[in-house]
Design a protein around this ligand. Structure first.
Ligand SMILES: Nc1ncnc2c1ncn2[C@@H]1O[C@H](COP(=O)(O)OP(=O)(O)OP(=O)(O)O)[C@@H](O)[C@H]1O
Ligand SMILES: [Mg+2]
Length: 319
């Protein structure tokens, strides 16, 4: 039987008239990395803040590690760790002191504490800043220290609110690997992010939230496959003729011409791409480029909301 670390039923949260979280329900499996993915203002931080007892529970039922949030908030506080979206560091401590104090506060034994601090300082590449005061760190460095501090303890559930926001790609990758390591040591991880790749890299199970509502929830691969279509992008030396030939193929669900290429929607692209190539080549048409694009989480978002995840990308829907 599947054991759940977190269950949320009918959660609502309003700031005055603003319905930030509007009747959401989901479950987090014990031992998994669960991603709560959504654009700015979707309601992610509000949800995390209610779950971690920082905001009062207005409506709904929440259980974490077997404790009820309304009646046992203290027990919940003891079994969780949090990395906030906003900076919460003490500017008058050094990098090492920040970690050392946190480790002592959570009574991590000396040897483990020392090893983990050394390891984390390396992971977030703050070796040279070990004795520097927090106030003298760059924004990205502060973020890294904040994450390192959050990853020092091993609570039952670790909440990470936009952990790698504003970090460079290498740092993000190293932190993802460390999050995976912490998870392997038995910590259930609840992560909010507005990065599709982060959710995809870290989680199997993804919950997509938009405007306070859950729009899709499930295994990333299943969500993507549920859209059913792959897209083949094709450039040839005779696009007009190719268009006519492909249109007749029964495997092809849809074909569109853009100024630079043909976009072909097809079920099971991996199987059908070779057939397509063969058909075109036998007509003496030269293929300049061809590639297959599997649906992404971006496509899942578009499918359910009719909008692009990033608002600035106002292109037409492909699938
Ligand atoms: N303290 C507050 N008072 C009033 N409205 C708030 C407050 N905090 C958040 N909101 C509103 O609630 C909604 C959800 O905000 P929330 O911070 O939960 O989103 P988010 O998904 O974490 O976004 P982001 O990706 O930008 O961090 C937004 O419309 C926001 O303006
Ligand atoms: Mg937020």
């Amino acid at each position: 039987m599947v054991a759940y670390e977190i269950t949320v039923e009918g959660l609502k949260y309003q700031y005055g008239k603003i319905k930030a979280v509007n009747d959401i329900s989901f479950k987090v499996i014990k031992g998994e990395i669960f991603s709560f993915l959504g654009p700015n203002g979707a309601g992610k931080t509000t949800t995390i803040n209610v779950l971690t007892t920082l905001l009062p529970i207005q409506k709904g039922k929440i259980s974490i590690s077997g404790f009820d949030l309304r009646t046992q908030p203290d027990e919940i506080r003891k079994s969780i760790g949090i990395v906030f979206q906003n900076e919460t560091l003490d500017w008058n401590l050094t990098v090492e002191e920040t970690l050392e104090f946190h480790g002592r506060l959570y009574a991590i034994p000396k040897k483990t504490r020392k090893d983990r601090i050394n390891e984390l300082i390396q992971i977030v590449k703050l070796e040279e800043k070990r004795d520097e005061f927090v106030k003298n760190l760059s924004g990205g460095m502060k973020r890294k220290l904040e994450i390192a501090r959050g990853l020092l303890t091993r609570p039952k559930v670790l909440f990470l609110d936009e952990p790698t926001i504003g970090l460079d790609p290498n740092s993000r990758m190293r932190i993802w690997n460390y999050i995976k390591k912490v998870n392997k040591e038995g910590v259930t991880i609840f992560l909010t992010t507005h990065y599709m790749d982060e959710a995809d890299q870290l989680s199997n199970n993804i919950c997509i939230i938009d405007r306070g509502k859950i729009i899709a929830n499930g295994f990333s691969e299943v969500l993507k496959q549920s859209l059913g279509m792959d897209v083949i992008y094709l450039q040839t030396d005779q696009d007009e003729k190719t268009f006519k030939i492909i249109k007749k193929m029964k495997e092809i669900k849809n074909i569109r011409k853009t100024p630079s290429e043909l976009m072909i929607s097809v079920e099971d692209g991996q199987k059908n791409m070779p057939r397509l190539i063969e058909q075109i080549r036998t007509q003496g048409i030269e293929i300049k480029s061809i590639y297959l694009k599997k649906p992404t989480l971006d496509d899942v978002f578009i499918h359910y909301t009719g909008r692009y995840f990033r608002e600035e990308k106002k292109k037409k829907i492909n699938i």
